[in-house]
Design a protein around this ligand. Structure first.
Ligand code: EPU
Length: 430
């Protein structure tokens, strides 16, 4: 097992370049299954969720070839299977996009329910409702979701989502791209990766309008052709580095971002006393003075992202005064609170609300990354803490952050990935 060992208390200085967006990549790569030709996809983040999606696609018969570390060519002409093995699918949340892509291209899909981080109940009823509205017959049995379109082709249909769901919006877009007729998704999610998926599909010949608003219209086309596309920068990776500077102090230029995507995070950090300047496709983040308390409520885009909630909580632990955090998306996204308490944080959780009394200084401790963003938050807290923080279960962090140890080290952080014997692992804090 590997753990991260951080000697905290060093301000961050320098420049960091943000990688491609995880939650765009995990939908755009499966979208290549819809394409009759070679897709060249650039700015693909080098993270384990991407490796896993590509493994599944290879297993289905897609030819996957890396041109360099972040550019991949995918040829789905020879895909011959529509059934995804349980062992591969259960490891990632985004395996659900294989249902939309396989159903859209071949009229059938056999995929186990998705895995991913434990954030409470994570149903996919809205995805399945969309596929059913488009004529698919869905059965869930023996641990698999079986979806079949009569005549091997879905038909366009209106779909009103009961909840604003990122995954359902993108999955229905995938299924609808090659369907017969018009699909209208109402109450759609508006996250930047939804616009990115629409741009990818349109650049391959799809006809999608309205992505980024709450009504998306997908007029099905007969085929999609190959082409090149570059994935947008990762809003959450960029936000995580912003919180790292807020917590540890210092001055960092964060390159390769879309500043507009960062507004919801920038506004909150400025309220907390962080200085943030926009400079083209970069943000310069400085924090030298004291941090102020703030209330944060997570909401669908353009609200404050749930995927930044644990990291901003780490910063609020260091601020003067009492802050209130309200989680608006997931039922169980405070599992990190016990870990923060080991570091001296004062945090009380009641359902979806956490009350954080700032303590000014955290102390290093052995802690556990209980999920991807909680792990990122442990790193943010560890960078600011006095003494040594050891973070277990860092495979969660590797699901979503490319080269995080190298990137932080270049900013002057004292962080190392240390291989530990299995015995240590069994007696760890997790
Ligand atoms: N929901 C339903 N039914 C559905 C789908 C969702 O009730 O069929 C509910 C969920 O239970 C939740 C809410 O709707 O309360 C929003 O869920 P959503 O579908 O938007 O989440 P997701 O697509 O499963 C993606 C990201 C998450 C991110 C959320 C919200 C991927 C692979 N995952 O999940 O990312 O938190 O959107 O923005 O794109 C992460 O990156 O750490 C992460 C957890």
């Amino acid at each position: 097992m590997t753990k991260y060992v951080i000697r905290g208390g060093k301000p961050l200085h320098g420049e960091v370049t943000i990688s491609g967006a995880k939650n765009a990549a995990v939908a755009i790569l499966p979208a290549a299954l819809l394409v009759d030709g070679v897709c060249r996809i650039e700015n693909v983040p080098n993270i384990s969720d991407v490796t896993m999606i590509l493994e599944i696609m290879k297993d289905l018969g897609a030819q996957v070839r890396f041109i360099n570390r972040t550019t991949v060519e995918i040829d789905s002409s020879h895909v011959y299977k529509q059934n995804v093995p349980y062992e591969l699918a259960r490891q990632i949340r985004a395996s659900y996009y294989l249902i939309g892509a396989l159903l859209g291209r071949f009229g059938r899909a056999e995929v186990p329910p998705p895995g991913g981080c434990d954030l409470g109940v994570r149903p996919i009823d809205q995805h399945l409702k969309g596929f059913s509205a488009m004529g698919a017959e869905i059965q869930v049995e023996n641990g698999f979701i079986y979806a079949v379109a009569p005549g091997d082709r879905l038909r366009g249909a209106p779909v009103y989502l009961d909840v604003v769901s990122v995954g359902a919006t993108m999955n229905i877009m995938l299924a609808a791209a090659l369907a017969d007729g018009l699909t209208v998704i109402e109450n759609a999610a508006k996250e930047p990766h939804i616009v990115d998926l629409a741009n990818f599909l349109n650049s391959m010949g799809a006809d999608i309008m309205g992505a980024g608003t709450d009504v998306i219209k997908v007029r099905g086309v007969k085929t999609l052709h190959g082409g090149s596309y570059s994935i947008i920068p990762d809003q959450i990776e960029a936000g995580t580095y912003m919180t790292a500077v807020a917590a540890a102090g210092g001055e960092v230029r964060i390159n390769n971002i879309i500043p507009k995507h960062m507004d919801c995070i920038t506004a909150k950090l400025v309220e907390m006393g962080v200085d943030i300047q926009e400079d083209g496709d970069a943000l310069i983040v400085r924090r030298f003075g004291k941090l102020h308390r703030a209330n944060v409520k997570t909401l669908p885009y353009p609200g404050f992202p749930t995927d930044m909630q644990p990291q901003v909580a780490a910063v609020l632990c260091l601020a003067e005064g009492t802050s209130i955090l309200t989680e608006g998306i997931w039922d169980n996204r405070y599992r990190y609170a016990d870990e923060f308490r080991r570091m001296g944080a004062k945090i009380q959780v009641d359902g979806k609300v956490a009350v954080i009394e700032g303590v000014g200084q955290l102390t290093g401790s052995p802690v556990c990354a209980c999920d991807l963003r909680a792990g990122a938050a442990m790193i943010v807290a560890g960078l600011a803490a006095s003494g040594i923080t050891e973070i277990d279960q860092i495979h969660y962090v590797e699901r979503g952050y490319e080269d995080i140890v190298e990137k932080l080290s270049r900013l002057g952080a004292d962080i190392q990935a240390k291989i530990t014997p299995d015995e240590d692992w069994r007696t760890s804090a997790c």
